[in-house]
Write a protein that binds this ligand. Structure first.
Ligand SMILES: Nc1nc2c(ncn2[C@@H]2O[C@H](COP(=O)(O)OP(=O)(O)OP(=O)(O)O)[C@@H](O)[C@H]2O)c(=O)[nH]1
Ligand SMILES: [Mg+2]
Length: 767
């Protein structure tokens, strides 16, 4: 058996493992046959603008010094061959050197390409003022993105001969803060060549010490990659790539595996799932970032607060006034837009007749916040309010807001923005935004110094807070593994500060551990009063995934409250079954086709499965106006029905409450002419069926104990997967439900809502 988890396999093989076992097997077989050493690693040059990064790389590559070198647009990737200390050619290491343009505007995008394993060079120039701060800044940026694993950082001062003095930097301080990550301090001059050989030797040492520098990969892979690097091409059409691969002895499967793995490693770009990128392999890592920099550098887009019409993008990406490196064949423009979306750089705004399709580049949003009176202060005066603050702490415990975080959050949450239908209604700026998680609640998210403050107005504001912070934690954990999220609870008026500034803040972890220890209060570090912990944590447990009590509203709750509870339960079910949603939908209802046959205890029973849309929370037959749409009569093993009963019951309850008066907003808005009684009839049938299942099931349950072992979610998931297999036989298209992604999670929605999640291939027409 192959053990694929953990870090036992080198990255290529892990990549192959993720793409499927057959490919992995093939890779391993090939390695046995024709394994060859592959000494290659990544070098990343960073630092402020114009400190001499590109000149340094040129000097190391043995190119003549160019006193009039232009500033780097985006990223340039070049190879740097380093010979080992002896003359043995087998010691040579080939580095892919990534030279980043230092302009501030590029930083949020560039750091996406800071990956490990890699040797980093932080370049500085000792002319003006204290450069120490900049050096620290870049080291921090690298560490946040890489969580220190497999990273070495060299700190290089340029212009040393030109300056005529040895620049000073607090080496001891930097070593103290960053420890073993620091590979060394170097002082060079690219114009005269001073210090260049010694630096190259030091970089070789660091690269040679990287784990997996000598990866065993098939010689055919290595030879193909070498050939492609040396050819200098930026991209290949997929069939040309296949032909080239074939010439190096790679069949179609192996070529596809290599393309995917090289994408995962950040060398190439090939996304078979993005239309337009499926038929090319981009060979240069800087291809996308340069395209993004052309947009970021565009004064017109900046002047429009980041709003750019696609024809304008078309002009920027194929400007006859620029050199070939900055021109992109228009057939790739749609793919570029989709890649920017994939990296949360931009999103497409709602289409309007007479206006060309447009995107918002979040990084170029206005610095000044818009007036918040109407959209926030006046909103929902009777709704409950809650707030939380988040801090990001680095390995040294220092606070740091990840660069570009706010822009990425704006893109990530744009489906809840106020401008969903009319872009002009959006409320967002450089460091904040207002969103509407659902029709009855709003949230204001903004940067406050080094903290992110999230305020919510809703019936149960803690629900959204919980969802948002959890999403933030997962997202930040992926992008900035070197940072840790710390949650803070404001005193929210509990604080007895004489100025009632309500500025007291309590660390969430501290409150929770105090409570676990049985303590009832926590001391406020602002007013030094003991504040009741329960008052600070007026939150209900939100992550229990056991079937909670029904969302049926207790007496006295009004429609909005009931609606909110229903949504919460829906979200829980969606979250509980998120892995299974890769394969198929989660919302369905079951009726027994013949209740009598259930009692006969045959091994199989006839059921009717009715599929629901997870977006509108309505059955497909309602949305399609066709009683047979999304309705399947199938035979299933009796034992499946017994095991699925808990999930069926839980889903049934919540589907019921969506059609109760006030339950589903969607029904009134989307289907004003539809009579809810029709759904009610269906649900009644399902409920009766469920009663029959449960009654006759009791003794069977006792005998078979299908509900006994494992956690509820694991069991429900397994049974749901079986249902997908049954339905697949009847209709692999699941009645036309489409799978879409929202913040990395899958949803199954009616096709008419799919466009809200996945806007399709972008268009570049003038209207
Ligand atoms: N005398 C001297 N000049 C240098 C040295 N390094 C760079 N320069 C000059 O400084 C200017 C900027 O150098 P670049 O290498 O373009 O700087 P960069 O860091 O790549 O700049 P960006 O790409 O804009 O971030 C150029 O005009 C170089 O000729 C050095 O070591 N000595
Ligand atoms: Mg440069």
């Amino acid at each position: 058996m192959l053990h694929l988890d953990g870090n036992l396999l080198p990255a290529e093989q892990r990549g192959a493992a993720e793409t499927g076992l057959p490919e992995l097997r093939k890779l391993i077989e090939r390695t046995d046959v024709e394994g060859a050493d592959f000494r290659e690693s990544k070098l990343v040059l960073v630092g402020e603008g114009e400190v001499g990064k590109s000149s340094l790389l040129a000097a190391m590559r043995g190119e003549p010094f160019d006193p009039d070198r232009g500033s780097t647009h985006g990223i340039e990737v070049k190879t740097l061959e380093l010979a080992g200390p002896g003359a043995d050619p087998a010691d040579a290491i080939s580095l892919n050197a990534w030279d980043f343009g230092g302009q501030k505007a590029y930083r949020p995008t560039h750091q996406l390409f800071f990956t490990a394993p890699a040797v980093y060079v932080v370049v500085w120039k000792a002319r003006q003022g204290p450069m120490q701060g900049f050096v620290d800044y870049w080291i921090d940026l690298i560490r946040r993105r890489t969580s220190d694993a497999n990273v070495k950082i060299h700190i290089v001062a340029t212009h040393v001969d030109a300056e005529g003095q040895h620049p000073k930097i607090d080496q001891a301080g930097i070593r103290e803060r960053h420890g073993d990550l620091v590979g060394g301090f170097h002082f060079i001059d690219s114009a005269t060549g001073t210090g260049i050989p010694a630096l190259k030797a030091a970089l070789w040492e660091s690269a040679a010490a990287m784990p997996q520098i000598e990866r065993e990969v098939p010689a055919s892979w290595r030879n193909l990659r070498r050939n492609l690097i040396e050819s200098g091409e930026s991209y290949l059409e997929y069939d040309a790539y296949e032909r080239r691969a074939d010439a190096f002895g790679l069949d179609a499967d192996a070529a596809r595996a290599l393309a995917r793995i090289a994408t995962q490693l950040g060398y190439w770009i090939h996304y078979p799932e993005i239309p337009g990128l499926d038929d090319i392999v981009v060979l240069k890592g800087d291809w996308l970032s340069t395209a993004v920099s052309l947009v970021l550098d565009d004064p017109a887009t900046a002047g429009a607060n980041g709003l750019v019409a696609h024809p304008r993008l078309g002009d920027l990406w194929d400007d006859p006034g620029r050199g070939p490196r900055y021109r992109y064949d228009p057939k790739f423009h749609p793919a570029l837009v989709q890649l920017m979306e994939k990296y949360d750089i931009s999103y497409r705004i709602a289409r309007e007749p007479g206006r060309p399709e447009s995107s918002l580049i979040a990084q170029l949003l206005d610095e000044a916040p818009p007036p918040l009176d109407d959209v926030w202060h006046a909103f929902g005066p009777r709704l409950a309010r809650d707030a939380q603050l988040c801090e990001f702490l680095d390995a040294n415990g220092a606070k740091a807001v990840p660069e570009g975080l706010m822009h990425q959050l704006i893109v990530r949450w744009h489906r809840r923005s106020l401008g969903r239908e009319r872009f002009e209604d959006s409320v967002h700026w450089h460091s904040g935004f207002v969103i509407e998680p659902d029709p009855f609640s709003r949230a204001l998210v903004r940067l406050e110094g080094q903290r992110l403050r999230i305020e919510v107005k809703a019936v149960y504001p803690e629900q959204f807070l919980h969802e948002f912070v959890r999403d933030l934690e997962a997202y930040a954990g992926e992008l900035w593994p070197g940072l840790r999220l710390k949650r803070l609870v404001p005193c929210a008026g509990v604080c007895i500060d004489p100025e009632s500034s309500e500025a007291g803040l309590f660390g969430m972890e501290r409150l929770l551990s105090r409570r676990r220890l049985g303590k009832k209060t926590a001391e406020c570090r602002r007013c030094w009063q003991d504040v009741p912990i329960d008052a600070l944590l007026h939150r209900r447990p939100a992550d229990d995934d056991e079937p909670g009590e029904a969302p049926n509203a207790p007496q006295g709750l009004d429609a909005i409250e009931q609606w909110t509870r229903t949504q919460e339960e829906l979200r829980k079910i969606i979250g509980l079954l998120s892995d299974e949603a890769v394969q198929g939908p989660r919302f369905y209802k079951v009726e027994l086709r013949d209740k009598g046959s259930w009692a006969k205890r045959l091994t199989h029973v006839g059921i009717r499965v009715v599929l629901w849309c997870e977006h509108s929370q309505l059955p497909l037959y309602v949305l399609d106006g066709d009683p047979s749409s999304g309705v399947f009569d199938i035979d299933v093993p009796r034992e499946w029905l017994l095991k699925s009963a808990p999930l069926i019951r839980r889903t049934l309850k919540v589907l019921w409450s969506t059609v109760l008066p006030g339950g589903s907003v969607a029904l009134d808005l989307l289907m004003p002419s539809f009579d809810p009684a029709a759904i009610e009839n269906h649900l009644e049938l399902a409920e009766e069926s469920f009663k029959v299942i449960a009654e006759v099931g009791e003794d069977a349950l006792a005998a078979e104990q299908p509900w006994a072992a494992g956690s509820a979610s694991a069991r429900s998931g397994a049974e749901l997967r079986r249902l997908h297999a049954f339905l697949n036989k009847a209709d692999p298209g699941y009645g036309g439900l489409e799978r879409v992604q929202d913040r990395g999670r899958f949803l199954w929605v009616h096709r008419r809502f799919a466009g809200e999640y996945e806007p399709g291939v972008p268009t570049f027409d003038a209207t």
